[in-house]
Design a protein around this ligand. Structure first.
Ligand code: WTA
Length: 651
């Protein structure tokens, strides 16, 4: 669809009301019902959340719903529960015993269906296997795996025995894995010999071998997936299938404190060092379960497919914990969307009868570019709801998604949230909220989101400001692992008394939120969160680099692309070969997701008199914009001119 016709569509019908038949059976079926629920939650937040939490199975009831001493919140204090028992055992003991919990499709085309009964058996054995390896309650376990059922089983087994997990995305390099293992001080890492991606084997076990030398890792548990040749270091290395066979079949789920650490997940902040976002058990599960039910209007007969990798928070909350807590059927796909053909996702939807599909705008834009003929080849009529997450979705992609994938029938939920929030915060409710392409619409009941000025006063209609949350919610991060100070300064020091999300936003005349992107040095590349500092540190760790500055520039497909400005050390020849070497160096330090799209050499970087790199200028140069704004503080005006002209020439 051309952009002019998109424009006219938007002007004609800016609002997409929920389909009438959808609203009828929905949990929240009208805006009036939404507003009543929002109001109720705002008036009595503790009563509201307690009611939701009571849908979980608690071994011991809480004595206090919320203990809030800004910025520290503890939820369901004194309560005890087992997360795995909530996600697995209680369904295995119900009519859902033979219902599919996990539908799995590997990239090569192999499939598995795991029922709740089977999942219960697997998780019990896996819990015993971890105990046999010496993992005790409170010990961290690193998980570096492909998207296979064992990844979910491993997470659930950790939760079951109270060993916090830290899942590291399989696309991260050995170096990045080492940093995360070192920070979490994990004792055991669970991995696979490899994982399939675009027909190739990702050498996960090799990366683990390189990452763990000199770390706290004592044992490596290895799932056989690709049967590729790997180095074996017995007795440190143990095959998953051997450990499972040797483990006792029964494991009674012990109760854990509501505030017991469930996991830490590393994400990029504004410095070079990724931070371990820490979540606890009761509050996290309450909100993961609640949002899955409400935002996706979950039904027992759904086939729920969230395409995120378990290495990201979206995979934690909407591939594993949210759907399983509700006894839903979750689909896991291991590989790439274009393997073997550009219609792989649509083929999966058709063959498995997927009803809810949740993916990222980057993927949607790629599908759009690949062409309508790929989804058109498949019967997508099983779909009833579409979701989007991870970055702002541009109206054109939204419209395409609605039409080409949703057949103009399915509502779209554009969900705003973060690793830190643990669960969806701002989103339409599919049976209630009329949607506008590009807006995440309104906060969920229980979420006191607001948009404020620097001084904390609320912004007016359509005035851009900082996105904040005024009250704690159950799945709020509790700290940054090992650095509570950084937690306080990052999230609770920018705007007095509020959680500061780091995003800019505005609210329109209907009270709809429009997320405008990050207000810090975090960039969002293809839905992956990266800090410019992290990429800079990777570059300057190369012996030929004196200085580097990294910025994001708008990219049609990825949302943002990485542009690096590099000053080589004196005597080093700056040429295409060096550029290639540096790009590969970043890949080795972080992973392919951080490879700079553009790498430019500069004799010097533009700095203020106080020596700060002028990123705003670099951003403007990188995106080819003309205006240079106020440059009077520039140390050396010539540096800028030379940079701008190098860029223009090579463009
Ligand atoms: C961005 C992913 C606009 C935002 C769940 C946020 C979004 C960051 C949306 C968190 C959305 C996420 N619209 N922007 N619907 N969803 N973001 O921690 O900048 O990987 O701060 O969590 O992604 O990224 P994270």
């Amino acid at each position: 669809m051309s952009s002019t016709s998109i424009q006219s569509v938007l002007q004609e019908t800016r609002l997409f009301p929920p389909p009438a038949d959808f609203a009828e059976g929905a949990k929240v079926g009208s805006m009036a019902a939404y507003e009543a629920l929002y109001e109720r939650a705002a008036t009595d937040p503790e009563g509201f959340w307690a009611e939701i939490a009571s849908e979980l199975r608690w071994d011991r009831p809480w004595t206090q719903v919320l203990d809030w001493k800004l910025p520290d919140a503890r939820w369901f204090v004194g309560g005890q529960l087992n997360l795995a028992a909530n996600c697995v055992d209680r369904h295995a003991a119900s009519w859902r015993r033979n219902k599919a919990a996990i539908l799995f499709e590997g990239e090569p085309g192999d499939t598995r269906v795991i029922t709740y009964g089977q999942l219960h058996r697997d998780v019990q054995r896996a819990a015993n296997a971890l105990l046999d390896l010496g993992v005790a309650k409170g010990d961290f376990v690193a998980i570096y795996m492909p998207m296979i059922p064992e990844a979910a089983i491993a997470m659930l087994a950790c939760a079951r025995i109270g060993a916090p997990h830290t899942v590291v995305f399989g696309g991260f390099s050995a170096e990045a894995l080492r940093d995360r293992i070192a920070d979490s001080r994990a004792k055991v890492v669970i991995t696979a010999d490899g994982g399939w991606r675009r027909g190739q084997v990702i050498p996960l076990k090799d990366n683990v071998d390189r990452a763990i030398e000199g770390t706290t890792i004592e044992r490596v548990l290895v799932v056989k997936r690709c049967a590729n040749a790997i180095a074996w270091h017995g007795p440190r290395d143990v095959w998953w299938h051997d450990a499972m066979a040797a483990a006792a079949p029964r494991h009674d789920a012990p109760p854990h404190d509501s505030e017991h650490t469930l996991f830490s997940l590393y994400t990029s902040g504004t410095t070079g060092k990724p931070k371990g976002i820490l979540h606890t058990t009761g509050g996290y599960l309450t909100n993961a379960a609640y949002t899955t039910r409400l935002v996706f209007d979950l039904r027992d007969e759904d086939v729920f497919w969230c395409t995120a990798d378990i290495g990201w928070v979206t995979g934690h909350s909407y591939v594993v914990y949210g759907p399983l807590a509700n006894g839903a059927t979750t689909l896991m796909y291991e590989g790439a969307p274009n393997q073997p053909g550009l219609d792989r996702f649509w083929d999966i939807i058709e063959r498995w009868g997927v009803t809810v599909f949740y993916t990222a705008p980057t993927a949607i834009r790629a599908f759009m570019r690949w062409g309508d003929e790929h989804p058109a080849k498949h019967d997508l009529s099983s779909l009833r709801l579409l979701g989007s997450v991870g970055e702002p979705i541009n109206p054109e992609a939204w419209m395409w998604y609605r039409k080409a994938i949703g057949g103009d029938r399915c509502p779209i939920v554009d969900t705003w949230w973060q690793t830190e929030t643990g669960a969806i915060m701002i989103s339409p409710l599919p049976g209630a909220t009329p949607t506008k392409p590009g807006s995440a619409t309104r906060p969920l009941p229980g979420i006191a989101a607001d948009i404020v000025r620097k001084d904390g006063t609320p912004c007016g209609v359509n005035e851009g400001g900082f996105l904040v949350v005024r009250r704690p919610w159950p799945s709020m991060l509790r700290t940054i692992f090992g650095d509570h100070e950084r937690f306080v300064t990052t999230y609770f020091s920018e705007v007095d008394g509020c959680y500061f999300a780091g995003d800019g936003a505005r609210r329109d005349e209907d009270g709809y939120f429009w997320i405008m992107g990050r207000v810090d040095d975090v960039i969002n590349v293809a839905g992956h969160r990266l800090s410019t500092m992290e990429v800079e540190s990777a570059l300057v760790s190369h012996p030929k680099v004196a200085e580097a500055a990294v910025v994001g520039r708008p990219d049609e497909l990825k949302g943002q692309a990485i542009v690096a400005f590099v000053t080589p050390r004196s005597g080093v020849v700056a040429n295409e070969e060096l550029a290639k070497e540096l790009r590969e160096h970043v890949v080795a330090q972080i992973g392919a997701l951080a490879r700079p799209e553009d790498l430019r050499f500069a004799e010097a970087l533009p700095k203020t008199r106080s020596g700060k790199i002028m990123r705003r200028l670099l951003r403007e140069i990188a995106s080819g914009s003309q205006s240079r704004g106020d440059t009077t503080t520039l140390e050396d005006q010539g540096v800028l001119e030379r940079l701008a002209s190098t860029f223009a020439q090579e463009e």
